[in-house]
Design a protein around this ligand. Sequence first.
Ligand code: GLY
Length: 390
Amino acid sequence: MEQILDPLKYGETTVWTKQKVESAIGFVLKRIDQNLDTFSLKFPAPASRGNIYEPIENTEWTSSFWTGMLWLAYEVSGDDKYQMAAEKQLKSYKKRVDQRIATETHDLGFLYSLSCIASYKLTGNEEAKQTAIAAADLLMERYFEKAGIIQAWGKLDNPSQRGRMIVDCCMNLPLLYWASEETGDSKYYHAAQSHARQSAKYLIREDTSTFHTYYMDVESGEPLYGRTAQGYADDSCWSRGQTWAMYGLPLSYVYTKDSYLLHDAVRVTNYYLNRLPEDYVCYWDLIFTEGEEEKDSSAAAISVCGMLELAKHLPLSHSNRRIYENAALRILDSLTENYTTKSLPHSNGILKHAVYGKPLGNGVNECCIWGDYYYLEALVRVLKDWEMYW
Ligand code: GLY
């Protein structure tokens, strides 16, 4: 089933002049400059407290969002100071893989795409390439052949996590596709393609909303049941999860050209767009469409990148192509006008009003570092024809 979109809601777009994009990027660069010393050999915590990120070691799933912002800043400004700052951080990524520091996670994809692969793509850094391949090897250890999925969290024999795949993982697959291209070994590609297929099959529900997580029986390969972790309820739709699918499915399409992935991306995108409130920035769970619940600006930023990528791969004749571009620009406009920390001079974050994990009261109505990253990536995508790090 595919939901129909209201063309009037996303029909006409606000104009994004070059000057407007540059001014929005200018604000982000200013914030990055203010943070260069604090996050030189350290990394921002995943979510702020009182809109301020504490510096931490490279042990979280989120370290690379800061490093990725440095690479984007280098690309748009050409200023070597950002390249130097990003390169200075690469040692900690190598150490993390070599010593297996907090690597029992599928998030190796986020971590190494935006740090080492970005470095290799932009500067040809050979050590960064080898580090990213080593990270892909670690990620492969989490692949269960029979179920065709990558386990998201925890030790592989942990009964509460065994065989659990999560929608976020769609964003981690590009590390594997890239590793196949670079090594010539197709095992990474096949694992990623299989995981993408299983995600599309089991994580997307009949109404085109998504489960956050889904358990598979890794011995028989049979599907078990869906559960939430960060959403409102098992049968609601966690907003960021939906946007991970909106962006992750087109990314798998880029590498596999499996057309059903694009079709599924359209389906989950339509569901999302039909659940947005008046200012186009989603609540933290799509069960909410109005009222006092918190918004998740980080999901909104991810959705912009996802829709801009998706639109690129739809035929010119596809009726939703323009709608997605317009919707992306409207959301970006709303974020720029009302969700940046311009009004909070003490903050070292960029996008306010994000939610990390509401059920545990973690990072609620705070800045989240991935929101900052995707906001900058979205602006760069609007500014120029951007070669992805993914
Ligand atoms: N990938 C974890 C999150 O989105 O919170």
